[in-house]
Ligand binder design. Structure first.
Ligand code: HEM
Ligand SMILES: *[C@@H]1O[C@H](CO)[C@@H](O)[C@H](O)[C@H]1NC(C)=O
Ligand SMILES: *[C@@H]1O[C@H](CO)[C@@H](O)[C@H](O)[C@H]1NC(C)=O
Length: 206
């Protein structure tokens, strides 16, 4: 089977995966709308994690570290570049040099689907640089930078960002714990309710 992302191939940690988990035959618009979004504030992100039986500090920060690699479309940053929260100003928690770089790649009326690296430092490596980026206001998404810069982050998520920025071991260890927890949220195990998909994004009958 081909995996779209292989954490270990990119330098990330591994863990044992429980057998018997199935992919669903269906998808749910309502569930999709419950997912955390890139423009959610810290309080909303925390509430959504709690509602999903994850904790609203360590799990939130560790799992957001998945943004240490991969790509993201311009449409998710143009608000931060040109008109943050309707102010017609950029997001003040976005580093000026990084903003100038992103403005070149994502012009105001450009193609909102153009792709960018989530982690401009080491775009294809699974490492702690997602967190070192947040330390210098180089998070791509609002939902990324909030973990460090939201006024409510000081006593909650920011100290965890700091800890992971300082220790890749601490990040990897929490990431594994949180991935296992996330994988245990209502898994489908009844074969009448699911299957092992040959291609992640399609049911096998397609
Ligand atoms: C905390 C809430 C999260 C939000 C708001 C969020 C949001 C997003 C957004 C908007 C994108 C870009 C999609 C696009 O441009 O088409 C993205 C990409 C990505 N996310 Fe997240 N995400 C979250 C959590 C996670 C978690 C928990 C993981 C994994 C542990 C993860 C891993 C990734 C990866 C690997 C990509 C890049 C995909 C690719 O290159 O094709 N994200 N995320
Ligand atoms: C909480 O999660 C459940 C699914 O477990 C979902 O049906 C519900 O809409 C969620 N509530 C909120 C406020 O996100
Ligand atoms: C900036 O955002 C506000 C609120 O969403 C909107 O009313 C306004 O038209 C936007 N300004 C520009 C120049 O697009």
């Amino acid at each position: 089977r081909v995996h779209e992302h292989d954490w270990r191939q990119s330098g990330g940690p591994g863990w044992n995966v429980l057998l018997g988990r199935l992919d669903s035959f269906t998808s749910s618009k309502a569930d999709a709308e419950n997912l955390p979004g890139p423009f959610d504030g810290l309080d909303v992100l925390r509430a959504k994690f709690r509602n999903a039986t994850l904790d609203d500090t360590t799990d939130l920060v560790a799992l957001s570290g998945g943004h240490t690699f991969g790509r993201v479309q311009c449409q998710f940053v143009t608000g931060r570049l040109y008109n943050f929260s309707g102010t017609n100003q950029p997001d003040p928690t976005l580093d000026a040099t990084y903003r100038a770089f992103l403005s070149q790649r994502c012009p105001r009326n450009g193609d909102g689907t153009s792709l960018n690296d989530l982690d401009p430092t080491t775009p294809d490596n699974f490492d702690k640089n997602y967190f070192t980026n947040l330390e210098v206001n180089r998070g791509f998404l609002q939902s990324d930078q909030e973990l460090k810069s939201d006024p409510g982050a000081a006593g909650t998520t920011a100290p965890i960002v700091d800890r992971f920025a300082g220790s890749q071991e601490a990040f990897f260890s929490s990431f594994v714990t949180s991935m296992i927890k996330m994988g245990n949220i209502r898994p489908v195990t009844d074969p009448s309710q699911g299957e092992v998909r040959n291609r992640c994004a399609f049911v096998n009958s397609n």
